[in-house]
Ligand binder design. Structure first.
Ligand SMILES: Cc1cc2nc3c(=O)[nH]c(=O)nc-3n(C[C@H](O)[C@H](O)[C@H](O)COP(=O)(O)OP(=O)(O)OC[C@H]3O[C@@H](n4cnc5c(N)ncnc54)[C@H](O)[C@@H]3O)c2cc1C
Length: 404
């Protein structure tokens, strides 16, 4: 095949796309991978966990997180440190920040997300997000013992960052607008149980409130945050973990549906196009395992699953063949580590309308840390299972709940 395949985004999704294409027999010479970051692909999950706790600088963190490239993938044309800034979908070209244009026959988009920021000025140098190695290195330098850390947002990254900061001796408070941390992802009851686990390990919570402003002194130095209930919290530094937006600006103005990511069909083709594909965190796609609603799923497993599907469609299309007929029904899964306790989920707990205990109890921190399994149903049908503090073999056995 001599067609040109361009992958934008050189992280997990871009890497998995190159692996899938070469695995299907595509020659590395026709693949170009463009990445905004100067680094080769690295693994992000440790950035809020062990790498944040131990961070010894970027080279050290990169050594711990970089993916090993297979020779056929390393042989592709890698353009690192040069973001794509625009695309002309009619002409099938992508413009890079260095002014060069890349022509393509198939364009695979794996540009991931950028953390959202609070819409308030001030506190420069004291406000942190967690997405890149540089973000983790900057936050790690600031996490010295006894500092007052306010984490805004009690989702996965907020809770993991809070746990790590507490383990490093910081005084941590999580501000979460919902009634409990992690509630959107795992439900209110499990969220409340996780909150008790955190509280028992020194993390404080303000739930049911948001941040209404930053408190800064005359020099603009952050001293605290104002909450929507009128109270204030002292803060030496702020971790903004309030979600992310998809990196699709460079595709604007081309008539694509870019609302909440890149809208794709079940073959990971951008809707209405046969030469443009979405992969990983940036892609919003329907999964008939659940329903017809397109969703973006920010879990580590999804770039690999969607890259394989997209690569199969790319190769079939470029060979003039029909893409695979079987529907794409990937099982999403995630893990999270908080205070050295492992959460493991299979399925989509966030779409459930009821839950049931399968093992253990949620009522005390001790009960949770002895091991828990929770089943989630929607309209009576199992849609997810979540385990907390169970050894991997026992956690995996609970996956059978989804077969019922
Ligand atoms: C701190 C942290 C902890 C996590 N922990 C877990 C976990 O415990 N469990 C779990 O299941 N998942 C976890 N995740 C989620 C998981 O890491 C992501 O789902 C995964 O990284 C998504 O891969 P991706 O390639 O789609 O996007 P990304 O990893 O975001 O990669 C996108 C790449 O595209 C680049 N890019 C963006 N715009 C452009 C452009 N215009 N041109 C060129 N390149 C561009 C970006 O710089 C980036 O390198 C975590 C994520 C983070 C940030």
């Amino acid at each position: 095949m001599s067609a040109r395949i361009v992958i934008i985004g050189a992280s997990l999704g871009g890497l998995r796309a190159a692996e899938a294409l070469t695995g299907l027999g595509v020659a590395p010479g026709v693949i170009t991978i463009v990445g905004a970051e100067p680094h080769p692909p690295y693994n992000r999950p440790p950035l809020s966990k062990e790498v944040l706790e131990e961070l010894g600088g970027i080279p050290d963190a990169l050594a711990k997180t970089a993916f090993r490239l297979k020779p056929e993938v390393a042989a592709a044309d890698w353009r690192l440190g040069i973001p794509a800034v625009a695309a002309d979908l009619a002409a099938r070209t992508v413009r890079l920040a260095d002014g060069s244009d890349l022509a393509y026959d198939a364009l695979m988009v794996a540009t991931g997300l950028t953390p959202r920021r609070l819409p308030f000025p001030g506190g420069d140098g004291q406000r942190f997000v967690l997405r890149t190695l540089e973000d983790a290195a900057a936050l790690r330098r600031a996490l010295t013992p006894d500092r007052a850390v306010v984490v805004v947002g009690g989702g996965f990254i907020g809770c993991e960052a809070a746990a790590t900061a507490a383990r490093l001796g910081c005084k941590v408070t999580v501000v979460e607008p919902l009634g409990a941390p992690m509630a959107r992802a795992v439900g209110a009851a499990v969220g409340a149980a996780l909150q008790r686990v955190h509280t028992a390990r020194g993390v404080s919570f303000r739930t049911g409130v948001g941040v209404s402003g930053l408190l800064c002194d005359a020099e603009g130095t952050l001293t605290g945050v104002a909450l929507t209930d009128g109270r204030e919290l002292a803060a030496d530094l702020l971790v903004e973990a309030i979600g992310s937006v998809a990196n699709v600006d460079w595709l604007a103005g081309q008539g694509l549906d870019l609302s909440n990511g890149l809208l794709c069909d079940n073959h990971m083709r951008v809707q209405g196009r046969g030469d443009l594909f979405g992969i990983g965190d940036v892609a919003r796609f329907p999964n008939p395992l659940y329903d017809a609603e397109p969703r973006r799923i920010e879990h580590w497993c999804v770039p690999g699953q969607t890259a394989r599907r997209a690569a199969e469609t790319v190769v079939a299309t470029l060979n003039g063949e029909a893409p695979p007929e079987a529907p794409f029904r990937p099982l999403p899964s995630f893990w999270s580590d908080q205070h050295a306790i492992r959460l493991q989920s299979f399925g989509l707990p966030a779409i459930a309308d009821e839950m049931e205990m399968l093992e253990g109890a949620l009522d005390t921190p001790d009960a949770v840390t002895r091991g828990v399994a929770v089943g989630y149903r929607r309209a009576g049908r199992p849609v997810a299972v979540l385990t907390i503090a169970l050894p991997p073999g026992r956690a995996l056995r609970h996956r059978a709940y989804l077969d019922a």
